[in-house]
Ligand binder design. Structure first.
Ligand SMILES: Nc1ncnc2c1ncn2[C@@H]1O[C@H](COP(=O)(O)OP(=O)(O)OP(=O)(O)O)[C@@H](O)[C@H]1O
Ligand SMILES: [Mg+2]
Length: 494
């Protein structure tokens, strides 16, 4: 069958990196095609070239047999190509219909035609089987449904033929991702072709027809998804077998270091637990269960209303993150772009921001800054390994590693990780896990908030389960098996 989208021999160079090296890519009509590869492999760069956000250095792109060269994302959209990035662009306080037609509300005699708008929205929702009403306020919907509205918003405009999704599920729980997959199948049934980028490899076989793998800016292969196992995919991605999986957990736990008693605050109610030195304590649950709120409160980024926290036996009421940092607490936040990085600064500057006091005695020693950064760059395999590179130029996954490096450089006694491996490729994931376990072995207390069941099961000594802001269970030993965690999270709502 003739390809709907044909990419031929496309190259793109950034200063110091050949991001795409004579790449070919084919998208058939009505297929869901996975685009996979390690952090920095060139996936997002290809997407940006296809959609006109970046210009290619050389190569050709054809849509339905016609050569195209888009200069702006608007051009691409008019040609029937839409792209969804991970960040939401919807307005939570507006209704579904208002969001869908934001910017081009249907009008009648100069006034917004609410009736027509709601009717058009209702048709769209039912055509694609989205379980929401036109007049639902967006903030009342779950994340997966919001993501579908986001997709519909792009879809309905110019009657899209090609939808590109760059890591659409990284903020969804497993259940929500399933809902989104159902939706993607519906799209395919309606004749839309999809390019699907994700680091959650287990998803790929569930929804993708074909899989293309990139490595270091080159295409490695394109194959039928059903012919590949996850370990085949991993081998292609990293160019070798991934020998080890999860690190050996540390078993020598020390005394209780952090204690939380009947803590109530925005997003959680009456939560009590304690964590020991040398322990990796997981906090799991669906998106919205209160995990992030909990760790942000421990970090002083949110105020609690009642209850108490003790740190090494002392009452601890952090009012600001600065106070928490002074007490040896570090947080790797969930939304790294907003909270963790200064995009315009270099990597080295970002890494050292968290420990300026260590480096500046009394003046900022720029040499030391770069040295320390280079060391953590090696450990985390941040690519390209140039600490003077501006963070804004790194791929999504590599940006996250910079945030991680930033906190690893500090001497913290308590490390809080919120979804530590979101958007990070398989190879780097296991390096991060082994670093987390090493931090615990060194006697630190580590708390990992995660909705990735594998991760909780693989690295935690113990896991707390949260649902709707409350602690509903605690898992240890055999309770940390994958299916047990799943069961605890779902809590009867199967
Ligand atoms: N605007 C830019 N300026 C300089 N270098 C860039 C720019 N955009 C991307 N790069 C580099 O190009 C390479 C490919 O990056 P790209 O964002 O395409 O990776 P990716 O496959 O999407 O990775 P990830 O899974 O981490 O999102 C990386 O080395 C990245 O640092
Ligand atoms: Mg990317």
């Amino acid at each position: 069958m003739e390809s709907l989208l044909k990419v031929r021999n496309v190259s793109k160079r950034f200063p110091g990196v050949l991001a795409l090296d004579r790449v070919d890519f084919d998208l058939a009509p009505g297929e869901v095609h996975a685009l996979l590869g390690e952090n920095g492999a060139g996936k997002s760069t290809l997407v940006k070239i296809i959609t006109g956000a970046y210009r290619m250095d050389s190569g050709n792109i054809f849509v339905a047999g016609q050569e195209v060269n888009f200069h702006t994302p608007g051009d691409a959209q008019r040609a029937g190509i839409g792209v969804i990035y991970q960040e939401f662009s919807l307005v939570p306080s507006l209704t579904v219909a208002e969001n869908l037609f934001l910017g081009d509300y249907p009008t009648r005699r100069g006034l917004i035609d609410w009736k027509a708008m709601n009717a058009a929205a209702a048709t769209l929702l039912s055509r694609f089987g989205v379980n929401a009403r036109a007049d639902d306020v967006l903030s009342s919907l779950g994340v997966a449904t919001r993501q579908m509205v986001e997709i519909l918003k792009v879809l309905h405009r110019e009657d899209l033929k090609i939808l590109i999704m760059d890591e659409p599920t990284s903020s969804l729980s497993e259940g929500e991702a399933k809902t989104l997959f159902g939706f993607i199948r519906t799209l395919r049934g309606q004749g839309v072709s999809v390019i699907y980028i994700s680091h959650r490899l287990d998803e790929i076989k569930q929804i993708c027809d074909r899989v293309t793998v990139f490595r270091n800016g080159q295409k490695v292969s394109t194959e039928q998804a059903q012919d590949l196992s996850i370990s085949d995919i991993v081998t292609k991605m990293i160019g070798a077998d991934l020998a080890e999986h999860y690190p050996q957990k540390c078993t020598a736990l020390g005394e209780i270091y952090l204690n939380v008693d009947k803590l109530t605050g925005p997003g959680f109610t009456d939560v009590s637990f304690s964590a020991r030195k040398g322990e990796v304590l997981g906090i799991t649950g669906l998106v919205g269960a209160g995990k992030s709120e909990m760790v942000e409160t421990l970090f002083g980024a949110r105020r609690f209303e009642s209850g108490s926290i003790t740190l090494a036996g002392q009452d601890f009421r952090p009012k600001t993150p600065r106070q928490a940092v002074a007490k040896g607490i570090g947080l790797l936040p969930e939304s790294r772009k907003e909270q963790g990085l200064v995009l315009a600064l270099s990597c080295a500057q970002n890494v050292s921001l968290a420990s300026l006091d260590k480096i500046s005695k009394p003046f900022l020693a720029l040499g030391a800054e770069a040295d320390i950064a280079i060391d953590s760059f090696k450990r985390l395999e941040i690519r390209p390994a140039d600490p003077h590179n501006r963070v804004v130029n790194l791929s999504g996954g590599n940006q996250q590693k910079v945030v991680l490096a930033k906190w690893l450089m500090r001497d913290c006694q308590v490390l809080l990780f919120d979804e530590p491996t979101r958007g990070i490729d398989v190879g780097a994931k296991f390096q991060i896990y082994s670093m987390i376990v090493k931090l615990a072995e060194a006697g630190n207390t580590v708390i990992v908030a995660s909705s990735e069941i594998e991760e909780i099961s693989g690295i935690c000594n113990r896991a707390l389960v949260m649902r709707k802001g409350r602690l509903v269970g605690e898992l240890t030993g055999a309770g940390l098996a994958r299916e047990k965690i799943l069961e605890a999270i779902a809590g009867g709502e199967k």
